[in-house]
Design a protein around this ligand. Structure first.
Ligand code: PLP
Length: 407
């Protein structure tokens, strides 16, 4: 790793563990990030699109019914606020990042966009942004995911993108990301690689976090307007970590605000079939960055398991590894069954059908309130990042919750 890239490090994590051929492209991207993304013209154009196209600012909603269902006495969970990223165009926070990166690509003069996708959510967001900006889009997707996520494959195609099935490895997200990087090495002069989470080699984790920081920026202003004081904790689900880091960024310097991330425990961490990278992984290198990963004793990356395709990733963004190491953030996990129960509860109490990813955060919000409430000796107020809506998960939800649809 080039040690002059300290800016791309979060303590001992992050960096650029990539083939030499990619270094000039990552340097070009770093320069464009500093000169374009941080500049006023980009910011005003991007923010105008967030307002008129994405539907920002997203609301901050107080979930009174759910708070009472979780803590009937109101002794630990005082107020629960939901940051409604599910109301974004395309149904999740991913559009904030995709729109920003594709706008950057356009300003860099790139003529072709590639992306990787697991469940297809980032692929749909990127295809959407490419349609808006009139750029061709190719999305790498493991063939196993192509099979499992047929509706999103159809959406991407309707939006004009080409979907490239990947047959290597476990034919899932990590293999799609490998393939996208391979394409980028070969076509780097014309091609922009739009990464879907706060992961990958420097400067991607910082670029994605900067774009998703709009979530925390809005949430901080909204909660101060709504209750006059900062929350005691914020909580979000963690796959690669982009929606969580976006929310955390708004409160990072507020020492009184505890930061909680919730990973996917799949069938249970003890079963080995999970995606709890920070909870049960070890330090390694995946997709160009040093971070916690799920790997075996020989360092081989292991497959992750989760009912939610968006959390089913054996790595995590490097900043989360550092936040865990320094103790600034705390990471919990929730199983598939916990997440399913949480979807059912949120749907019935608040009339909101959350994504299965988001449901992992809902599943632990009572524990978060107990932990921070105990310290402050009174009921806590908590902001939860509602990263996306559950329509995409309908087939899984109906099957796993045993809902009859025939009359
Ligand atoms: C993709 C996705 C996630 C996980 O990605 P992060 O980068 O960890 O945010 C979480 N929630 C939803 C709704 C998603 O689509």
């Amino acid at each position: 790793m080039n040690t002059s890239q300290r800016a791309g490090c979060y303590g001992p994590f992050g960096g650029r563990f990539v083939a030499e051929t990619l270094v000039p492209a990552l340097d070009e991207l770093s320069r464009a990030f500093d000169s374009i993304v941080r500049g006023a013209p980009f910011q005003s154009e991007w923010r105008a699109l967030l307002a008129t196209y994405v539907g920002r600012p997203t609301p901050l909603f107080e979930a009174r019914n759910l708070a009472r269902a979780i803590d009937p006495g109101g002794t630990t969970l005082g107020r629960l606020w939901l940051k409604r990223e599910d109301l974004c165009h395309t149904g999740a926070h991913k559009i904030n990042n995709a729109l920003g990166q594709v706008l950057l690509a356009k300003k860099m003069g790139k003529t072709r966009i590639i992306a990787e996708t697991g469940a297809g959510q980032h692929g749909v967001a990127t295809a959407t942004a490419c349609a808006l900006f009139g750029l061709p889009c190719e999305v790498y997707m493991g063939s196993e995911d192509v099979r499992r996520q047929a509706p999103n494959v159809g959406r991407m195609k309707l939006l004009g993108a080409q979907v490239r099935p990947v047959e290597s490895g476990s034919r899932t997200l990590k293999d799609a990301m490998n393939e996208a990087m391979r394409d980028w090495v070969t076509n780097v002069a014309t091609t922009y690689y739009c990464i879907g989470s706060a992961a990958g080699p420097h400067p991607y984790p910082e670029l994605v976090a900067t774009l998703q920081a709009i979530i925390g920026e809005e949430a901080r202003a909204q909660i101060l307007a709504a209750q006059g004081v900062l929350p005691d904790a914020v909580v979000a689900c963690v796959g690669g970590g982009s929606n969580a880091i976006g929310l955390f960024r708004g409160f990072m310097k507020d020492d009184s605000v505890a930061l909680y991330g919730v990973e996917a425990a799949g069938d249970g961490v003890a079963t080995g079939r999970h995606a709890a990278t920070l909870g049960a992984g070890r330090v390694g290198v995946l997709h160009g960055a040093k971070s916690y990963v799920l790997c075996d004793d020989g360092g081989q990356i292991q497959e992750a398991h989760s009912i939610s395709a968006g959390l089913d990733y054996p790595g995590v963004g490097p900043e989360h590894s550092w936040l865990r190491e320094t103790g600034r953030a705390t990471y919990l996990s929730a199983t598939d069954d916990d997440a399913l129960a949480a979807v059912a509860l949120v749907a019935r109490t608040e009339g909101i059908l959350p994504a299965l990813e988001t449901a992992h955060a809902f599943a632990r919000v009572g524990d978060v309130a107990r932990a921070v409430g105990a310290k402050r000796d009174g009921p806590a107020s908590v902001v939860l990042g509602l990263s996306g809506r559950g329509d995409k998960d309908l087939a899984t939800l109906l099957a796993r919750l045993g809902v009859e649809t025939a009359s």
